[in-house]
Write a protein that binds this ligand. Structure first.
Ligand SMILES: C[S@@+](CC[C@H](N)C(=O)[O-])C[C@H]1O[C@@H](n2cnc3c(N)ncnc32)[C@H](O)[C@@H]1O
Length: 216
């Protein structure tokens, strides 16, 4: 349970939580929805294209889908991960919510489709899960927003280098942005050295700053 009363998962493999201990829901809404989708959503796009590094529980995907429904914005999501959480992990995370959130039915529908290797599709949302390992996995292009939600540089230093970040930045539409909770100096410098603009955006609780990168 994180400090805002929303649950997270603990990864045995990496020895850390999937989300901020200061508040999983608060972090996700701030980093990916407010500073990512709402930032790019100021411009009209016929269909907003979102790509996520680390789809995990489908939490960010479900929050983004709910945001798209609320704004009547067509939305297409591609989530990459090594593997989805197991059924027991996902059920534990789902039952950890003290009150069932409004977006849980869509999170369930996304997971069911992804387990069957199907694309989830409704009137507003199209969501695909791709099982693959970054940085080698092939990525789609022309993305309006990239959610970069790998484990931190302490756990996964190899995913925060120029080489690892470059494919995700190259996947951006010229008006798109990549957002991540991580605000380490070497990550900002890596993004800048690849020729992208960086912004120090105020972070969620427990973090002074986060990173937003755009095409320079
Ligand atoms: C911080 S968690 C993501 C949490 C997720 N966004 C959510 O809200 O549930 C990081 C995710 O990255 C995945 N991951 C770790 N290394 C990876 C790699 N090399 N390629 C693809 N996915 C990876 C893990 O399996 C994990 O699900």
């Amino acid at each position: 349970m994180t400090r805002d009363g929303s649950p997270s998962l603990e990864s045995d493999r990496w020895g850390c939580a999937f989300h901020s201990r200061h508040g999983a829901l608060t972090e996700a809404l701030h980093v990916y929805i407010a500073q990512g989708l709402e930032y790019v959503g100021q411009k009209p796009f016929s269909e907003l294209q979102v790509l996520e590094m680390g789809a995990g529980t489908g939490f960010n995907a479900a929050l983004a889908a709910e945001w798209a429904l609320k704004h009547r914005q067509k939305f297409s999501y591609t989530g990459i991960d090594l593997a989805l959480p197991s059924d027991s992990e996902w059920e534990a995370w789902k039952s950890g919510w003290p009150v069932v959130p409004s977006w849980m039915p869509i999170a369930e529908a996304l997971r069911e489709a992804w387990i069957r290797s199907e694309v989830y599709e409704d009137e507003w949302v199209k969501a695909t899960f791709v099982q693959g390992q970054a940085p080698e996995v092939a990525l789609p292009g022309d993305m309006h927003c990239v959610f970069y939600d790998a484990f931190s540089p302490t756990q996964q230093p190899e995913l925060w280098t120029c080489e690892a970040l470059h494919p995700w930045l190259k996947a951006l539409h010229p008006d798109g942005c990549l957002v991540t909770y991580c605000a380490r100096g070497h990550v900002f410098r890596a993004v800048q050295s690849l020729g992208y603009a960086t912004e120090h955006v105020p972070g969620p609780p427990g973090k002074r700053e986060m990173l937003r990168a755009t095409v320079a």
